[in-house]
Design a binder for this molecule. Structure first.
Ligand code: OGA
Ligand code: MN
Length: 287
């Protein structure tokens, strides 16, 4: 059977995502790629079960969406894992494990960087026996579910996006230099309502890194942002993926939030992540 795209709206009653089957991502023909790209714009999250791509194939797939980000030490595909390269358990107080714990809060990738991400590709290599799912929340549907007065209010607002802010809120202690490519005091400012550069659809642009809305004091800003996140990240706007090793997904960071679900860190979890850069015209910080 050929390429089949099934909206998660039909199978899981949620507003985002689709499952794509009947295709080998390592050997895509041009027509299949066009269908995948179109589905990506429509559904914002695509799940490809049982692909078993190696790092090179994952990178090649990610590069179809655009230029990839260098994430750490010249690497474009990195392990999101509680185990080191020799399979050793990482210390829970290490900076990396604190970042993994941070991933358990709703966020969008690289929003605290000068250029926010377009998309991310994530695949499962080793999955724990329980927990460790990933969830995505649809910020297009969240925006559309707000009442008109709130929409009009948010249209005029922006927030800073800071990894130091989000990590300090989970009790992680960091020094300047701990977080690759990011310096305290240089947090980018981004509009709370993002117009999707490809579809024109509006979405809430929030997440755990968002803070300090100009024109509000810190408490008022935090209360508004926490309230929006609480409202936005609810059914039917959520999809939770139960991973099988070999699954790969791609999502649109411009209109979704995502988070990892907790699991027992005594068990290994190995995910491979590749991130696609935003467009400087549309994912740069506000002046
Ligand atoms: C990521 C991320 C969540 C997870 O890869 O950017 O947030 O479930 N991952 O590992
Ligand atoms: Mn992430």
């Amino acid at each position: 059977m050929g390429l089949t795209i099934t909206a998660l709206a039909d199978t899981h009653a949620c507003t985002l995502g689709a499952t794509v089957s009947g295709v080998k991502l390592g050997a895509l023909n041009p027509a299949d790629w066009r269908a995948i790209e179109q589905a990506f714009h429509e559904h914002a999250l695509l799940v490809f079960p049982a692909q078993h791509l190696d790092d090179q194939q994952q990178l090649a797939f990610a590069q179809r969406f655009g230029e990839v980000e260098v994430l750490v030490e010249g690497k474009t595909t990195i392990a999101i894992s509680n185990r080191g390269e020799q399979g050793q358990a990482l210390r829970e107080d290490s900076v990396f494990m604190q970042l993994l714990r941070g991933n358990e809060g709703w966020h969008t990738d690289s929003s605290y960087m000068p250029l926010a991400a377009k998309a991310s590709v994530l695949s499962a290599r080793v999955v724990p026996s329980a927990g460790g799912e990933t969830e995505w929340a649809d910020m297009r549907a969240a925006y559309e579910a707000l009442d008109v007065d709130m929409r009009a209010r948010l249209e005029r607002l922006s927030a800073f996006h800071s990894l130091f802010y989000s990590q300090s809120r989970i009790g992680a202690v960091a020094k300047v230099g701990d977080y690759y490519g990011f310096n305290a005091g240089e947090a980018p400012r981004r509009a709370l309502v993002k117009i999707h550069p490809e579809t024109g659809r509006r979405a809430l642009f929030i997440g755990r890194h968002a803070c300090n809305i100009p024109g509000m004091d810190a408490a008022e800003s935090e209360a508004l942002l926490d309230g929006l996140m609480d409202f936005a990240c609810r059914a039917p706007r959520i999809y939770r993926h139960h991973w099988q090793a070999g699954d790969i997904v791609v999502w649109d960071n411009r209109c979704l939030l995502h988070r990892a679900r907790p699991y027992d860190y005594r068990e290994p979890r190995v995910m491979m992540h590749t991130r696609i850069r935003g467009n400087p015209d549309t994912e740069s910080a506000l002046a």
